[in-house]
Design a protein around this ligand. Structure first.
Ligand SMILES: [Zn+2]
Length: 270
């Protein structure tokens, strides 16, 4: 470790050095430099505790890699709190990156000015699945980029525990807890394509039921959600049952017989 502060502690002195180097006029460039600098100085990779390093020659998005494990991350900073829908870039390129398995982990940073970080959480790439990507209305013909279609990421369809909290109300979460939350669902990373979408949606349904014990009928009550998210699938109930078996095999739930299920500690997390 190259830095002399403990994981989770904020190195405010280093931060002020960065600030004096600020040379930018526009507010967005300034915000970008602040959020990037903060991340590089104050946060560590949720998977291995390595340092974040800026991807070289990057001009478009805020891209980082972990110096140790090389996992990819993209930083999104916002002065307003992130809601249930996160505004992302072009719809087409988001869908393509998911299909090609190259979507980065998203770091969502909520800050205020003068600069301090209120909340920071990570949406691991394993939960960035096609059903959560919702197309926005195309830009009007008078817009500079007329016809351009952006997207929102709908966080409501995935379980709350999918998000890894690193800073809550200005207080850092211990790195050990961050890494434990990361590891809890890491196994999903090995599931490919549309199947990963199904398991993420099934976990989201189990989370929405909101009880440690549930029945197959509780799952079926969300059939319309699953049908909306997978419009081409004509046998949603069977597909949901298959996900329950997978979740059992991965240790997230237990089967208690007669269509009764229970969450395990692994699902509940932390
Ligand atoms: Zn790492």
């Amino acid at each position: 470790m190259e830095r002399n502060h403990l994981p989770g502690q904020f190195a405010s002195q280093s931060m002020s050095i960065q600030l004096t180097e600020l040379d930018y006029k526009s507010a967005s460039q300034r915000a970008r430099v602040l959020t990037e600098s903060w991340l590089a100085v104050n946060a560590l990779c949720p998977a291995c505790g390595g340092a974040y390093v800026k991807t070289p020659n990057n001009t478009k998005v805020l891209d980082f890699n972990c110096k140790s494990c090389t996992r990819p991350f993209e930083l999104k900073g916002s002065k307003t709190k992130f809601g249930k829908k996160v505004v992302d870039g072009a719809y087409g390129s988001m869908i393509a990156s998911i299909r090609e398995g190259r979507q980065p982990n998203l770091i969502l940073m909520n800050y205020r000015l003068p600069f301090s970080v209120l909340d920071l959480f990570i949406l691991p790439r394993r939960f960035i699945v096609e059903p959560m990507v919702v197309a926005r209305t195309p830009l009007s013909k008078n817009a500079r980029r007329a016809g351009w279609v952006g997207c929102n990421l709908d966080l409501e369809i995935i379980p709350k525990s999918a998000l890894i909290h690193c800073v809550i109300n200005g207080a850092p979460v211990p790195q050990e807890n961050i890494q434990r939350s990361w590891a809890a669902t890491e196994e999903l990373e090995s599931i490919e394509g549309a199947e990963r979408g199904w398991i993420a949606v099934a976990l989201g349904i189990v989370d929405s039921i909101g009880s440690g014990f549930f029945s197959i009928d509780d799952i079926y009550a969300y059939e319309s959600r699953a049908s909306r998210l997978f419009p081409n699938n004509k046998n949603v109930k069977a597909k949901l049952r298959q996900q329950l078996q997978r979740l059992r095999d991965m240790g997230f739930i237990e089967f208690h017989g007669n269509g009764a299920y229970a969450l395990t500690n692994k699902f509940i997390g932390n």
